[in-house]
Design a protein around this ligand. Structure first.
Ligand SMILES: [Zn+2]
Length: 300
């Protein structure tokens, strides 16, 4: 299934939502971070949710962050997305040992844990970002996000997320959805939707069946008239750059920079999200030190 993210409505706008196929995105994350199967599943589900929730940022919204920490062996899962479909993400312990609920069925909840919370940060380009948190209940991520939407945003929702990992650790398929009902939804439509979601086969099974994300939507929304209102390509893409790393070094300040130059002469900084290493030699470090000393920098 090719990577695609669609925005849709159903039942004459009484239901709205997103569907995503993001196999390529998770495979890229797996290769960069050398993820174990269960880490691929945990980060993959979070990347899918982040890609979809980034599309919910109101106009001008700049950045969406999802942080999950349940005290489990994987540590913190951190994903950041933008409205253009780019998402980056990491986990503290990418090599966490895989545990299984059944043969082939990864136990994501066991490595994420439930002793903690999920945090959503919406940077809307205003002074203070919106920050919402909710305690984790299962560590399975989709269920936790459903609870988050209900209790923190008072928005009844259904979230499905699934990542299928092949025996050779490649990502076989990844996808998901977020469905939300509007306040004016009719009783009949609501109960039809609840019934449909209850009898839904496991999402992993639908992912193997569907040729593309639109077919996935039709399988999930069986019996509903659906309209796709937007299509885009989600991708694992980091926004780090040499310039941003320079800014980070300068912001360390004079004392720290002098120490680095004195001790090592040069410096290498690695981006945690994409593991790109940026090397700065002694001359470049001296230039950055001069910049840190220039008066204009005090306001940055
Ligand atoms: Zn990066």
């Amino acid at each position: 299934m090719k990577d695609q993210l669609i925005r849709m409505t159903a039942a004459n706008h009484q239901i709205r939502g997103f569907f995503i196929g993001h196999t390529g995105m998770v495979e890229k994350a797996r290769q960069i971070h050398q993820l174990s199967p269960v880490a691929s599943a945990a980060l993959g589900r979070s990347l899918g949710a982040t890609a979809m929730m980034s599309q919910m940022l109101k106009g001008g919204g700049e950045r969406f962050t999802l942080r999950i920490n349940g005290g489990g062996p994987i540590g913190t899962i951190l994903c950041v997305g933008k409205q253009d479909g780019s998402v980056k993400g990491l986990v503290d312990h990418p090599q966490v040992e895989s545990v299984y609920l059944a043969p082939g069925k990864l136990n994501v909840g066991a490595v994420v844990g439930t002793d903690g919370e999920l945090t959503v940060i919406k940077d809307l380009g205003l002074k203070a970002p919106y920050i919402g948190t909710y305690p984790l209940t299962t560590g399975e991520i989709a269920e936790d996000l459903t609870a988050y939407f209900m209790h923190s945003e008072q928005q009844p929702s259904s979230v499905g997320l699934s990542v299928l990992v092949d025996v050779d650790y490649h990502i076989k398929a990844a996808g998901g959805f977020i469905l939300q009902v509007m306040p004016d939804i009719g009783e009949e439509v609501l109960s039809k939707l609840e019934k449909q979601l209850l009898q839904l086969p496991p999402l992993s099974q639908l992912l193997e069946q569907a040729e593309d994300v639109e077919e996935l939507m039709h399988l999930v929304m069986l019996g509903f008239d659906t309209v796709v209102t937007e299509r885009m390509e989600p991708r694992f893409e980091c926004d780090c750059s040499r310039h941003r790393m320079e800014e980070a070094l300068i912001s360390l300040g004079e004392k720290e920079l002098r120490e680095m130059i004195h001790e090592d002469g040069d410096a290498e900084i690695t981006c945690h999200f994409c593991l790109t290493a940026y090397h700065f030699n002694r001359d470049e470090m001296e230039t950055l030190l001069q910049e840190a000393l220039s008066p204009g920098k005090q306001q940055v």
